[in-house]
Design a protein around this ligand. Structure first.
Ligand code: G3P
Ligand code: MG
Length: 232
C-alpha cells in the first residue's frame, strides 16, 4: 500500500508548501499530493481558492496578481509555491499526484509538463494527475493519452468503478467514508488502482490494508508508514 503525503506532510508542516513536501520526502513517502490552480497562466499550489485559512492574505486567488500571491506567507514564512518549484523538488525522489482544483488548468499543465520533460528530464510515469472535474481529465486524456489520470469522487456510484474505466482512467480516488470491498473489487477487476483520502487513523489504515487498496492519502506520512507496515 502506497503512502501518499496529502498536501505534503501537512499534519506537521504548513500544507502545500515546499517545506511540507520536503519533509514528506524525508519521511519516506512514496508520493506527494498537491492541489493546483491557474493564475495568469501559472500553476500555483494551494488548496482553497480563498486565502484566509492557509495564508496571511484575504479574498480569493482570482482577485489578486500572481506577484501579490507569491509574497504571501503560507505558514512558517513559506510562500505559495508554483507547480514548477514542486516538480523541481520532487522529481527523481518520489512520484507526484497533481490534483487540478481550478478552472483552466489543463492547458497550462500541458505546457508545463512539456517544459519539465525537456528541462528537468521528467518522465510522465512519475506523475498522476487527478481531479473532481472529470471534464478536465477528459481534456488531458485527449491531448496526452500516456499521462496517468485519476478520477476523484466523493460519491459511491451505482455502477461502482465502471464510469471511471469508461473515462480511460488509471485510478479512482475515493473518500474513506464510502469505500467498500465491492468498489475495490470492481475497480481491480477493471484494471484500476484505488487510492483513498484522507486516512490518518490506525484503525482506518488497517481497514484499508484489509480492503486491499493501492494507496492512501495521509497528512502524517511518517506515522502512517509505521502503522501500515509495522502495525502500530
Ligand atoms: O486528492 C485527494 C484529496 O486531496 C481530495 O480532496 O479536498 O483534500 O483536495 P481535498
Ligand atoms: Mg487534494
Amino acid at each position: 500500500m502506497q503512502i501518499i503525503a496529502h498536501r505534503g506532510a501537512s499534519g506537521e508542516f504548513p500544507e502545500n508548501t515546499l517545506l511540507a513536501i520536503a519533509q514528506a520526502i524525508l519521511q519516506g513517502a512514496d508520493a506527494i499530493e498537491v492541489d493546483v490552480y491557474a493564475v495568469e497562466g501559472e500553476l500555483i499550489v494551494i488548496h482553497d481558492p480563498k486565502l484566509e485559512r492557509t495564508t496571511n492574505g484575504s479574498g480569493t486567488i482570482y482577485q489578486h496578481s500572481l506577484a501579490y500571491l507569491q509574497q504571501l506567507d503560507a505558514g512558517e514564512g513559506e510562500p505559495i509555491p508554483t507547480l514548477w518549484q514542486v516538480l523541481e523538488l520532487v522529481q527523481g525522489r518520489c512520484w507526484l499526484n497533481i490534483e487540478l482544483k481550478g478552472k483552466d488548468t489543463a492547458g497550462p499543465l500541458l505546457t508545463l509538463l512539456a517544459r519539465a520533460q525537456s528541462e528537468l528530464g521528467l518522465s510522465l510515469n512519475e506523475l498522476l494527475v487527478s481531479s473532481f472535474n472529470h471534464h478536465l481529465l477528459l481534456q488531458l486524456k485527449q491531448a496526452l493519452p500516456e499521462l496517468r489520470l485519476g478520477a476523484l469522487t466523493a460519491s459511491l456510484q451505482l455502477n461502482y468503478a465502471q464510469y471511471v474505466h469508461d473515462l480511460g482512467m488509471y485510478s479512482v480516488h475515493c473518500d474513506l467514508n464510502f469505500i467498500d470491498q465491492q468498489l475495490v473489487h470492481d475497480a481491480h477487476q477493471l484494471g484500476l488502482k484505488v487510492f483513498v483520502y484522507t486516512v490518518d487513523g490506525l484503525d482506518d489504515i488497517s481497514e484499508m490494508q484489509q480492503l486491499g487498496v493501492d494507496g492512501i492519502f495521509t497528512n502524517y506520512p511518517a506515522r502512517s508508514r509505521v502503522w501500515a507496515f509495522e502495525g502500530g
